[in-house]
Design a protein around this ligand. Structure first.
Ligand code: PTJ
Length: 278
């Protein structure tokens, strides 16, 4: 294993990559999961690797939706288990009505067992969806397999790192879908009723924090959420960051730019002028 110095500027990111690479060797995550992570990292970079105020608002609304739900469920795939099993356990502890269900795009019995074991090792007491028996109609992928005690009867479903088709199928069934996806342009973010554009671990921690705040006293009525505004906020955050970085880069670029021949002649002339005031 490579030794990574904690002083490395990308230490945290490198450690996470290392964990995911190990998870791909055990089969917990699929090779496609590494690619998905890379895409997520790129968007996190563009967002400044921190939760925007808009994302925190979305996380607070998500906590309120989950706390008010009759059958709230969180769907867990390989990446989510590898990245955030302790955070899923903390979420389930903060909201005892929350069902935790394994749901895989690349489903094999072995992977379903591995995801479930990772969750129970982290402290989740009950994991659904290991041998599901119900299919969501009209969805061709294995993500359609759901547990009759979990997603099959959910009224609110938290779907981190989801694919757009299943998010759409759940919305079509009348389930209120909360997504966590760093890409505001993904079909999942575009489809969800409450898109959280934030990094998985940060988002889960904030939702759990908000759930502990709400406690046994959820809001009396539905909390409205402006999904379009949340997506526009994320795009504007990226836009602002790119514009600021581009301005800074063009400023320092000028300062560092080597003079061409004409520039060199100009500065020699300027030097002569300065040196020969007499
Ligand atoms: O374990 P399986 O078989 O269910 O497969 C899981 C993956 C992730 C491979 C599967 O769901 C997949 O292919 O997902 P997509 O379609 O690549 O979508 C994943 C989305 O999650 C992308 O839009 C990424 O930008 C986003 N993403 C990746 N890592 C993070 C993330 N969003 C938030 N936090 C992350 N850490």
């Amino acid at each position: 294993m490579t030794t990574i110095s904690p002083r490395h500027p990308r230490y945290r990111s490198l450690r996470v990559r290392e964990r995911l690479a190990e998870a791909s060797r055990t089969g917990l995550i699929v090779p496609e999961g590494l690619i998905a992570h890379g895409r997520g990292e790129a968007f996190d970079y563009l967002l400044g690797e921190r939760s925007t105020p808009s994302a925190v608002r979305a996380e607070r609304a998500a906590a309120e939706w989950l706390a008010r739900a009759s059958h709230p469920v969180v769907s867990v795939n390989g990446n989510v288990a590898a990245l955030a099993a302790p955070e899923i356990a903390a979420l389930a502890k903060a909201l005892p009505t929350l069902a935790v269900e394994v749901n895989l795009f690349h489903r094999t019995p072995k992977r379903a067992d591995l995801v479930a074991r990772t969750l129970t090792d982290a402290g989740v007491t009950r994991v659904l969806g290991v041998r599901p028996t119900v299919r969501i109609p009209g969805l061709p992928s294995d993500r359609a397999w759901v547990d009759r005690r979990g997603i099959a009867r959910a009224d609110v479903c938290l779907v981190p790192l989801e694919d757009g088709d299943r998010a759409g199928a759940l919305v079509a069934r009348g389930v209120r879908v909360i997504s966590i996806d760093l890409n505001p342009l993904s079909r999942t973010s575009q489809t969800a009723d409450l898109p959280i554009v934030d990094e998985l671990v940060r988002a889960l921690r904030e939702i759990a924090r908000q759930l502990r705040r709400v406690g046994g006293d959820p809001p009396a009525s539905d909390v409205p959420f402006d999904r379009r505004r949340a997506l526009v906020d994320a795009l504007r955050a990226i836009d602002r960051r790119l514009a600021t970085t581009a301005r800074a880069a063009s400023g320092s670029g000028q300062a560092r730019r080597r003079p061409g021949r004409a520039g060199a002649r100009r500065s020699r002339r300027a030097g002569r002028t300065k040196r020969s005031p007499r």
